[in-house]
Design a protein around this ligand. Structure first.
Ligand code: AMP
Length: 286
């Protein structure tokens, strides 16, 4: 595995591979099995696997956890090596953004809800950095987790709208054995908070069970979500929503239709840590 830190070194490392299929896994590091699942998919499907580790400052709000974000470059390099990554790109901020950087890529509509509403400017940071990373790596395939469902939808839209020449591949959420969605931010949780964090997957499970049992009333499903979340004293809900999974807009009537999948998405503060999780409600699927 080659480790590169500059754009120049990245371009040089990839020059011999142009024409081959290049699978790209962008991350912010502190890698876990969720990240590795993306690398595994890239390894299976592509000739060359590139991973990046970059804690992108422009996608963090002023009062968010940029400075505290967990980092472990050596452990991450080891995880990438074990996952069969060919080129690991770990750039410093100064090599990514020119001091007078002044261009933003903005996806409208899909970014107006969920995390886009709670974290103003977040998705502009994401789409701008992902565009830069795509331009530098020039992957044929890029891998993203459904854990960040809205991010995946926004990137798919950006790639479609701007005719970016690559395939976006979405991968399922990887969970801890007890159901907690894996996240680098889980490292912030105290033991009590770690137990409390199970409320997210518990709430999603309760909604899923009701849906699979035939419940389609949006108000009832919302109540199930709200009641489950409210029962956990260490948790404070940022959002808990049922939305059309493609448009990310509110259901059109009081009952969910069976023709289109519904996204059930949560953002919950457990102590000071903001966790997200989601599930898709698909009629007829189990
Ligand atoms: P991050 O380092 O949190 O920016 O995540 C990098 C990529 O890994 C994103 O595409 C995430 O959606 C994906 N990812 C993070 N956690 C998980 C998980 N638990 N399961 C699957 N993919 C994940």
């Amino acid at each position: 595995m080659r480790i590169v830190t500059t754009k120049t070194a990245l371009r040089a490392a990839l020059a011999p591979h142009r024409g081959a299929s290049i699978g790209f896994v962008p991350t912010m590091g502190y890698l876990h099995a969720g990240h590795v699942s993306l690398m595994d998919a890239a390894r299976t499907e592509c000739d060359v696997v590139v991973a990046s580790i970059f804690v992108n400052p422009t996608q963090f709000g002023p009062n968010e956890d940029l400075d505290a974000y967990p980092r472990d470059p050596e452990g991450d390099a080891e995880a990438c090596r074990n996952a069969g990554v060919d080129v690991l790109w770990m750039p410093p901020v100064a090599d990514v953004y020119d001091p007078d950087h002044s261009t933003t890529v903005h996806v409208d509509g899909l970014t107006n809800t969920l995390c886009g509403r709670s974290r103003p400017g977040h998705f502009d940071g994401v789409t701008t950095i992902v565009t830069k990373l795509f331009n530098l790596v020039q992957p044929t395939h890029a891998y993203f987790g459904e854990k960040d469902f809205q991010q995946l939808a926004v990137i798919r839209r950006m790639v479609r709208d701007l005719d970016m020449p690559l395939e976006v591949v979405g991968m399922p959420i990887v969970r801890e054995p007890d159901g907690l969605a894996m996240s680098s931010r889980n490292a912030y949780l105290s033991p009590d908070e770690r137990r409390a964090a199970l409320v997210l997957s518990r709430a999603l499970g309760a909604v899923r069970r009701a849906f699979e049992g035939g419940e389609r009333r949006v108000a009832t499903l919302r109540t199930i979500l709200g009641d489950t979340l409210a029962a956990e004293p260490l948790a404070r809900t940022d959002y808990a929503e049922l939305l059309d999974a493609e448009s990310l807009t509110a259901p059109s009537g009081p009952e969910l239709g069976d023709a289109r999948p519904t996204l059930c998405a949560l953002a919950v503060f457990v102590g000071r840590t903001r966790l997200i999780d989601n599930t898709l409600l698909v009629a007829g699927a189990r």
